[in-house]
Design a protein around this ligand. Structure first.
Ligand code: GTP
Ligand code: SPV
Ligand code: MN
Length: 586
């Protein structure tokens, strides 16, 4: 089914191993999708939603033990363990192949094997990369069709002689005891078994576009990052682009689709991407970003016309909902959506909703929808060269310590700020929620190699260009003594974006602290906002004693990377410690 020898041979091998009843090469067509959807409606893996309010929308309920990424079952299998780093679980490649091939043996008997050629990145972009996912899950095909550019054109790209990443996926028995997500960066290969959910199963996304791509990017001189990309148009019509890395379920989709507050007349945010960015140094010395994805696989809970109107408008048609609740009128429902909680809800497991069983929608319930449906979809989203970045923003979910915003003093300090990101864990991954952990560059679950080498790679850009974006750090999630968010967030984050853009243009003030450059309360435009001066001061405060402890912890964390830790990062820790001590002594 392909004239590419390497691909044909690999498909022959996995067919012999998994023994499917049928092999279907996906062309990405409308008819193909209709057939798949019809089959899934028949076997119950999709439920059709209200055709009047949600045309061509479907609900999928995953296995209750298969609702999030599984970081403890995710492996990077490099020949040398040190190359994977302590940030990854490691397995010897030979042992991993033996283990996984044992699971794959005959696993597709009685099933159809789908071969999905896909392209990550815009058609015609020199930065786009191909992959082929083999899967026995029609749900995965339907989702990949939205999230990536699949089918004939992607196959043509491979047949033109371009390299491709191989991804073998089987849902197996959806057994958490027999579930592994293994990466072989040296072979450009992914093997995923036993899960049908999101990042575990849609292999173009985290497995390829982050873990494998970050490995390739290091050796080729670019960056593959867990970042949204947005454009900010000012009232004069000038658009600046920023990329922002926040950990999973910490606000990327929301920031990417932001609608500015009413008082921001003439300002507009354009969405380029909401989860992944590939960054390349341009000939002009600037950093350019493309979104390798074509769709959004976004968090449903908390999404409403109030928090994210652009998202709600994106979701009105042609969307797949996974693990949301269902209203009696067959509409999707989740905690935080507009209006009152309707009576007669069916929860994400298909049971009549009983609050004693927890929320009606799973906290990691999601929607899959084409990015092109977003009202704020950027006209530049498919630009082959990408968009030039003015700023890079790092952030985390922290109820204490981190101020609303600070600017890094220079590139090396910016890399430090990214490497030092800490965030409270969320429902996006299996495990405890709300635990503060280090999540450097929001890439803890996604960097395909040793963090020490990764930070050195980031730092190396400082030697290659003097026109790099400015680096910032934000925190929308500070809480007061009553446990309430101090900052309104969502659309009001525009107020912080405005200060960031003005800083990039040399038009806004800041005060120098050991931690970075922080706006004075008067530098943040809070017009029309009900926020006391005191609260704003608290949001912008850097407490030297708290930060002394924080930087001590960052230093200890860095030290765990031993000889692979770049000296420049240790130097940043020492500088900040010195300055804080001086401040406390004064
Ligand atoms: P992934 O898709 O997992 O990578 O997540 P993401 O970073 O795109 O997160 P998303 O924008 O989907 O937000 C996750 C949750 O945080 C949702 O429940 C949002 O409603 C909530 N959230 C997003 N932005 C803000 C904000 O500015 N303030 C507050 N308080 N909550 C926010
Ligand atoms: C994340 O967890 O960061 C996601 C969702 O974007 S998943 O595709 O499941 O990784
Ligand atoms: Mn993500």
């Amino acid at each position: 089914m392909t004239k590419n020898q390497a691909l044909a041979q690999w498909i022959a091998e996995v067919t012999a191993l998994t023994q499917p009843d049928n092999v279907h090469w996906c062309d990405g067509s409308e008819q193909e999708n209709e057939l798949l959807v019809a089959r899934m409606l028949e076997d119950g893996s999709l439920i059709r939603l209200n055709e009047e309010t949600h045309p061509n929308c479907f609900l999928h309920r995953s296995a209750p033990s298969d609702v999030a990424r599984v970081e403890h079952l995710t492996f990077v299998c490099t020949r040398d363990k040190e190359d994977a780093g302590s940030n990854n679980n490691w397995m010897d490649p030979t042992a991993a192949h033996t283990l996984m091939d044992g699971l794959y043996a005959g696993c597709m008997r009685g099933r159809t094997m789908y071969v999905i050629p896909y392209l990550m990145g815009p058609y015609g972009s020199p930065y786009s990369r191909a992959g082929v996912e083999v899967t026995d899950s029609p749900y995965v095909v339907a989702n990949m069709r939205v999230m990536a550019r699949i089918g004939t054109q992607a196959l043509a790209h491979i047949e033109a002689g371009n390299s491709f990443v191989k991804g073998l996926h089987s849902i197996g028995q959806l057994d958490p005891e027999n579930r592994y997500i293994a990466h072989f960066p040296e072979e450009l290969l992914i093997k995923s078994f036993g899960s049908g959910y999101g990042g575990n199963a849609l292999l173009g996304k985290k497995c390829h576009a982050l873990r494998i791509a970050s490995w390739q990017a290091r050796s080729e001189g670019w960056l593959a990052e867990h970042m949204l990309i947005l454009g900010i148009e000012d009232p004069a019509g000038n658009t600046s682009y920023v990329a922002a890395a926040f950990p999973s379920a910490c606000g990327k989709t929301n920031l990417a689709m932001l609608v500015p507050p009413d008082s921001f007349k003439g300002w507009k945010v354009w969405t380029v991407g909401d989860d992944i960015a590939w960054l390349h140094l341009g000939e002009d010395g600037r950093l350019w970003a493309i979104n390798p994805e074509a769709g959004f696989f976004g968090v449903a809970p908390g999404t409403s016309l109030k928090t994210n109107p652009n998202c709600m408008r994106t979701l009105g048609r042609d969307a797949i909902y996974t693990n949301v609740a269902l209203t009696p009128s067959m509409e999707p429902w989740w905690e935080g959506i507009d209006g009152e909680k309707p009576a007669g809800l069916i929860d994400w497991q298909g049971r009549p909703h009983d609050p004693a069983n927890g929320p009606a929608a799973h906290p990691n319930s999601r929607f899959t929808v084409a990015a092109s449906q977003c009202p704020s979809y950027s006209p530049q989203a498919n630009a082959p060269q990408g968009v030039p970045l003015s700023a890079i923003i790092f952030g985390g979910r922290r109820s204490t310590v981190a101020p609303l915003v600070f600017e890094a003093l220079d590139w090396a300090h910016g890399v430090f700020a990214g490497a030092a990101v800490a965030s409270e864990t969320t429902a996006a991954a299996v495990g405890q929620v709300g635990q503060v952990r280090r999540d450097p560059m929001a890439m803890k679950p996604f960097c395909g190699y040793n963090f020490g080498d990764y930070w050195a790679h980031w730092l190396s850009f400082g030697e290659r260009s003097s026109k790099l974006p400015k680096v910032f750090h934000v925190n929308w999630f500070r809480k007061d003594g009553d446990g309430k968010f101090m900052w309104p967030g969502y659309g009001d984050n525009m107020r912080v974006l405005k200060w960031i853009i003005e800083r990039c243009e040399g038009r806004a003030e800041a005060r120098r602290t050991p931690v970075g450059l922080v706006p004075h309360a008067g530098d943040v435009d809070v017009s029309g906002l009900d926020l006391t001066h005191q609260t704003l001061e608290a949001l912008l405060a850097i407490d030297p004693e708290i930060w002394q402890r924080e930087v001590g912890e960052i230093g200890e964390f860095f030290a765990t990377y031993g000889s692979r830790l770049p000296a420049q990062l240790r130097a940043q820790v020492e500088r900040i410690q010195r300055e804080l001590e001086r401040q406390l002594a004064a």
